[in-house]
Write a protein that binds this ligand. Structure first.
Ligand code: NAD
Length: 481
């Protein structure tokens, strides 16, 4: 049983409510967690508000804050194996992903933002008034509610906690109800790093807990990663006190494979780009526009590579693809696949739940469709699963319009040997990140976020500092009072 963490104390929800998380590899109950209700949200907001004014935090030097964040990174690394196993059992991702990407990625994020603490500067501005000194200050936004999804729970928690705290905010983190456990452990480690009580608070729970935070007038900012549908709800929920809002939402990343691409390299990269974490990645390559002259070759090789991947429990070192996160999500993926078949897409491989020794878990066979057209739902809607729809194009000039014909704009990918093709497309595609001849990767040092319905604002790099600070202008008349 895991507890809430409010004002430096661990304890159950006031109403005693709990929920369970499952191990998606076999469907068994894994852990019971406290489910925060409205009174717990009130207590967490009050604790975070009072910590904001506490000299132990508000008066802490930037250098001391930096050391604390660095210490979190050290603690994450000291407990790397435990965290990775927890993530694999709660989320399903293969241990190699949890241990090789998730945990080091989270630690690195704390280190990167530890470095920022001492570099959050204002500037002196040459205003056009005589005898006037004007300078800017960057101040914390205040109490930040951080709401995360289930696909990379630990890493996404770090993406929010590290910059929010680097900027001197206080936080209430609410992980997804499907996968709260690595966040619970991260908060335990943060407690050991020595943050004053109330600076870091944890509320586990579902949509109602998130909604109560988003509506709360004591919360100054919501940073949300999740679906576009819930993102829209947060826009409404935050209107009361006009909270600051950062939204990292869904995607439908186009991957464009030009006639001159090295097809074997493109297949190797696109299989990873599409199927990493079983396709449960916001930037996953999710619609493949291939020059018609290479489309059959690409499709056959993609299908062979996808079918060769070993599907299995994340804790089994042989597994390359783990289960989907839940029965409910598997049903959603399957309904997209059935819809594509009904619309006339040609199923090349996969297309069903895995059986045999995997029947108890939420495993779905990697799926490739050929003959997909732009109007089909499988080419337009976010599936968030191991599904690869291949579309052909005839004229390179049509591809920008087709790639941009989407509600989303999180990422895009281009595969070509021609530099001008690569950079012309990179400039014209409406997406927050473009990956040329490579898979999607995040890095703490540079921007992450989307155009259009993929979100508002940016995380990472200096953009995260903008997102977690308010800018104030200070004016002084130098001519005497
Ligand atoms: P989700 O929107 O269903 O849930 C995300 C979080 O929001 C959970 O913690 C959930 O409890 C909470 N929530 C649900 N309803 C809420 C409400 N009304 N008010 C406040 N909080 C609420 O998303 P999910 O299914 O957990 O995650 C998958 C989605 O996340 C996909 O669409 C994916 O593209 C997106 N995602 C985006 C990024 C990015 O960086 N852009 C990264 C990862 C995932």
């Amino acid at each position: 049983m895991t507890d809430l963490f409010i004002g430096g104390e661990w304890g159950p929800a006031e109403a005693g409510a709990t929920f369970t998380t499952l191990n998606p590899a076999d469907g068994s109950v894994f852990e019971e967690c406290a489910e925060a209700g409205a009174p717990d949200v009130d207590r967490a907001v009050a604790a975070a508000r009072s910590a904001l004014a506490d000299p132990a935090w508000a008066g802490m030097t930037a250098a001391a804050r930096a050391r604390m964040l660095w210490r979190v990174a050290d603690l994450v690394e000291e407990h790397a194996d435990e965290l990775a196993e927890l993530e694999t059992r709660d989320n399903g991702q293969p241990l190699a992903v949890a241990g090789g990407v998730t945990v080091p990625g989270a630690a690195e994020h704390f280190r990167y933002f530890a470095g920022w603490c001492t570099k959050i500067e204002g500037s002196v501005v040459p205003v056009s008034f005589p005898d006037t000194l004007h300078y800017t200050r960057r101040e914390p936004v205040g109490v930040c509610a951080l709401i995360t999804p289930w696909n990379f729970p630990l890493m996404l928690a770090a993406w929010k906690l590290a910059p929010a705290l680097a900027c001197g905010n206080t936080v209430i983190i609410k992980p997804a109800e499907q996968t709260p456990l690595s966040t619970v452990m991260l908060v335990e480690l943060m407690e050991r790093a020595g943050f004053p009580p109330g600076v870091v608070n944890l509320l586990t729970g579902g949509p109602a807990t998130g909604a109560a935070l988003a509506e709360h007038s004591g919360v100054d900012k919501v940073s949300f990663t999740g679906s576009t549908e819930v993102g829209r709800k947060l826009v409404h929920a935050s209107a009361g006190n006009l909270k600051r809002l950062t939204l990292e939402l869904g995607g439908k990343t186009p991957s464009i494979i030009a006639a001159d691409a090295d097809i074997d390299a493109a297949v190797a990269g696109n299989v990873q780009g599409a199927l990493f974490n079983s396709g449960q990645v916001c930037a996953a390559y999710a619609r493949f526009y291939v020059d018609r002259r290479r489309a059959d070759e690409f499709t056959e090789k993609m299908a062979a590579a996808a079918a060769a991947l070993v599907l299995g429990p994340g804790l089994d070192p042989a597994s390359q693809l783990g289960p989907l996160v839940s029965e409910e999500h598997l049903a959603k993926v399957d309904s997209h696949v059935r819809g594509a078949r009904a619309e006339g897409a040609e199923l090349v491989t996969g297309g069903r739940r895995a059986g045999g020794r995997l029947a108890e878990g939420f495993f779905y066979e990697p799926t490739v469709f050929a003959g997909v057209t732009d109007e089909m739902a499988i080419a337009r809607e976010e599936v968030f699963g191991p599904v690869i729809p291949v579309l052909a194009y005839d004229d390179p000039d049509e591809i920008v319009e087709r790639a941009n014909d989407s509600a989303y704009g999180l990422a895009a990918s281009v595969w070509t040997r021609d530099l001008s093709t690569a950079h012309r497309l990179a400039a014209k595609v409406r997406a927050g990140a473009v990956f040329i001849n490579m898979i999607h990767v995040p890095d703490a040092a540079t921007t992450w976020g989307g155009f259009k319905a993929s979100g508002w604002g940016r995380e990472m790099g200096p953009y995260a500092i903008d997102a977690y600070t308010e800018v104030k202008g200070v004016w002084t008349h130098l001519g005497g009072a």
